[in-house]
Design a protein around this ligand. Sequence first.
Ligand SMILES: NC(=O)c1ccc[n+]([C@@H]2O[C@H](COP(=O)([O-])OP(=O)(O)OC[C@H]3O[C@@H](n4cnc5c(N)ncnc54)[C@H](OP(=O)(O)O)[C@@H]3O)[C@@H](O)[C@H]2O)c1
Length: 261
Amino acid sequence: MGEVLAGGLLRAGWDPSEISLAARREERRREVETATGISTSLDPAEAAAGRRIVVVAVKPGDVPRLLEQIVGSISADQVLISLAAGVSTAVYEASLGEVPVVRAMPNTPAQIDAGVTALAGGAFVDDDAMGLASEVLGAVGETIVLAEQLMDAVTAVSGTGPAYVFILAEAMVEAAIREGLPWHAAEKLVEQTIRGAGMLLAQTDLTPARLRAQVTSPGGTTAAAIHVLEERGFRALVEDAVRAAAQRSRELGERASSTSG
Ligand SMILES: NC(=O)c1ccc[n+]([C@@H]2O[C@H](COP(=O)([O-])OP(=O)(O)OC[C@H]3O[C@@H](n4cnc5c(N)ncnc54)[C@H](OP(=O)(O)O)[C@@H]3O)[C@@H](O)[C@H]2O)c1
């Protein structure tokens, strides 16, 4: 996700000299430097030195080790943006002191600048700091500012959300092939259906329920399909999946809090 964000900033017109990256393995460091043209270090404190914005894009379990590496080198006039799922701003503040920390949850469509990122400010974040964080994440899609206690829910909805759409796409392609469509046609029909439905949802003021009603004529084919989905508990399944993801986000955050500081 760090590399995706760096790529988005370059596409948004940032100069490579305005960015530094850190990796923890020499092989990865070289790979990232070659792919992005951005100077890369094995020392996160060195990469963060003198930068107005510092983005932490390691796995939640790696946050405590990273904090050990950067403690004492992040100051109150920098803004730290954490992408780590479940890790609260308080975890960073407990190690780094009165530093503005913005917790951010992007998603993988960021790869094509079509992501959505929720942002939540910690105790020392002012409008300027939040503005900078919104600008950085805005390079890879839309942003929305929310209260921090909602971030586990955000993780479960939009952070994890692309996977729900992809598993639906997989299932639709398999079903299409079973109905006799050639593979390439099944893929094209499913891809464009999901793209078109998403665009329709985003570009009209109609609710998902209203748009679904538009496709559903009484006694028709969509009604038959929706009946099966409802009868087999599709909605409850989605709700349970989202709840499981939110719970996992909380657990990951608790683990990071208990192993840091
Ligand atoms: N992927 C998503 O859809 C998504 C969405 C929203 C948020 N996030 C969050 O973004 C974070 C990164 O996820 P990801 O999928 O991009 O993980 P990833 O592919 O594992 O990338 C993390 C990178 O950080 C490196 N790293 C770990 N500790 C380090 C340290 N101390 N110093 C320098 N580099 C270090 C890792 O090195 P190695 O190569 O040696 O492992 C790895 O290259 C996670 O916290 C995740 O919760 C991800």
